[in-house]
Design a protein around this ligand. Structure first.
Ligand SMILES: [Zn+2]
Length: 361
């Protein structure tokens, strides 16, 4: 173990809001102890998500100090009361390498009873509502750890869960995409975008990716994009996508528009969708208030779907699929935990294709 004493661990701690150099400090923190039903995982690698950037900016503002980080991989090294039995049900013991489900539900409400845990009214996210993975150890409910897929190294395993599980739920649980359908993936070089391309390729689903510049086209094709529309960043951004989809589909449109951009993608998606098409989003990074366009909604019989994180069922289905198809999440770059501020700046620069990973040990 890499800590200086048995009771301390290194952690990237959010102490303020704004600039990563002042909002984040890397320091020794008390090593957390697992409570009832919890396990402690010695983190070997963790990933950044846009969630971390938003939280750092105060959107949403969380109590500080707070260790952020929703994604990680590591070794189970301590268990609280009752946790061992929960782990044993899934064939996991102390010493095993695990990936973490960042979504935590109450286990007691109607949504939890139905198994759709991401609809839980008390849903919480690792690193947002409780201490997260950007540290040498993290404590979480035993139900949230899963055996790490053996074909993934630590960097790739750390990069897997939040974006791939989010993407899985959007595509297969919410939009119910079928093999003969076509999916338009907005902002495809993002974490959820690259995951969507990989999942669709493995499932044999045709994809059309959008990206702002030519520089990412090859990487997107490698990940599974059948077509790439280069949008530029001008005001005709949406028009270019609508025209591109029309060309590629011979005027039919796509069955599913997969989005995290929000405002800029909403109206062009309604234009680019085929009749009966589904728009699904997990974000609104360009803004939350597009024109509603209700005439097009009913005339084309569109469905506008929201999606957040993933249920336990989604996570289990995703992991089985990732193992079966040996999917390896795309890691854009790795940083040492001590360089967390640089990792934040890199993610924010939008220069990356895929995930930004922190090597913790
Ligand atoms: Zn619940």
């Amino acid at each position: 173990m890499a800590t200086n004493s048995t009771d301390l661990m290194r952690a990237a701690v959010l102490v303020g809001e704004g600039d990563p150099d002042t909002a984040l400090v890397v320091r020794d923190e008390p090593l957390p102890e697992p409570g009832i039903g919890q396990v402690r995982v010695r983190v070997t690698a963790a990933a950044l998500n846009h969630l971390d950037v938003w939280i750092r900016k105060g959107l949403p503002s969380v109590p500080k100090p707070r260790i952020m980080g929703a994604d990680g991989v590591g070794i189970v090294d301590a268990v609280g009361a009752g946790a061992e039995a929960v782990l044993a049900e899934r064939g996991i013991s102390v010493g095993d390498r695990v990936v973490l489900d960042p979504g935590m539900s109450c286990g007691a409400c109607r949504a939890c009873a139905s198994g759709d845990t991401s609809l839980c009214r008390h849903f919480q996210v690792l690193g947002e509502h409780v201490a997260g993975t950007h540290a040498e150890a993290v404590v979480l409910p035993a139900v949230g750890v899963h055996a790490a897929p053996a074909h993934l190294d630590d960097d790739a395993a750390a990069a897997l869960m939040l974006t791939s599980a989010t993407s899985w739920r959007m595509l297969f649980t919410r939009a119910q995409v079928q093999v003969h359908e076509r999916v338009l993936v907005w902002g495809a070089s993002s974490g959820v975008g690259t995951a969507a391309l990989q999942l669709c390729r493995a499932a044999g689903i045709e994809t059309i990716a959008t990206t702002r510049g030519e520089d990412k086209v090859d990487a997107l094709r490698e990940l599974g994009a059948d077509h790439v529309i280069v949008t530029g960043s001008g005001e005709d951004f949406g028009d270019r996508v609508v025209a591109g989809v029309e060309d590629i589909t011979g005027g039919e449109g796509v069955e599913v528009a997969f989005d995290h951009l929000g405002k800029v993608a909403w109206e062009p998606s309604m234009l680019a969708l085929a009749r009966g098409g589904r728009y699904v989003t997990c974000g609104a990074s360009t803004g939350p208030m597009p024109r509603a366009f209700i005439t097009r909604l009913f005339w084309k019989q569109l469905s506008m779907l929201g999606s957040t994180m993933a249920s336990r069922h989604d996570v289990e289905a995703l992991l089985a699929f990732v193992r079966r198809h040996e999917i390896v999440p795309r890691v854009d770059s790795t940083f040492a935990l001590e360089d967390v501020a640089a990792a934040h700046r890199h993610l924010e620069s939008a220069a990356q294709v895929g995930k930004v990973v922190l090597r913790v040990r």
